[in-house]
Write a protein that binds this ligand. Structure first.
Ligand SMILES: [Zn+2]
Ligand SMILES: [Zn+2]
Ligand SMILES: [Zn+2]
Length: 149
């Protein structure tokens, strides 16, 4: 069921329906969106000819207009959200593309925020934790060096 259904006149009084699907293509000729247009001609109860039109445009998962360039599909497991090019962010560790809901940020060594996926964030945080842990445990005895990793 689409949202127009409630606006439909009774079938008997509908004289004509035109449906137009407009497919948009990006710069590479790849199809990235459909725009649905629909026109309908009917006769109202008092005999007037009524013409109605609807145009329905799809949006990206980020909420932006589908006329923007497409970024891609989110790589988080179970999420298939499409984002526009501006909202599509890649994990700096594994390069998977992410939607705004699934991108996570970590501080790198120089204090800058870097985008990562949740999988890589967990991995990095665990590694940092153990590194700190062993540095702390061993510090009274040996100086911690990074060759052990
Ligand atoms: Zn967007
Ligand atoms: Zn990642
Ligand atoms: Zn996502």
């Amino acid at each position: 069921m689409n949202q127009h259904e409630s606006n439909l006149p009774n079938e008997a009084e509908c004289l004509r329906e035109d449906w137009v699907i407009v497919g948009r293509v990006d710069a590479n000729g790849k199809r990235y969106d459909d725009v649905e247009q629909r026109h309908e001609v009917s006769i109202s109860a008092n005999g007037a000819v009524v013409q109605k039109g609807w145009i329905q445009e799809r949006e990206y998962g980020c909420g932006h207009d589908a006329r923007r360039p497409r970024g891609g599909r989110c790589g988080d497991p179970g999420c298939y959200l499409d984002s526009c090019a501006e909202c599509y962010i890649r994990c700096s560790a594994c390069q998977v593309g992410l939607c705004l809901m699934h991108v996570r940020y970590l501080d790198n060594e120089s204090g800058q925020k870097v985008p990562v996926c949740s999988h890589c964030r967990d991995k990095i945080q665990r590694r940092r934790f153990w590194r700190k842990f062993w540095a702390f445990v061993l510090s009274p005895f040996v100086s911690f060096d990074d060759h052990s990793k």
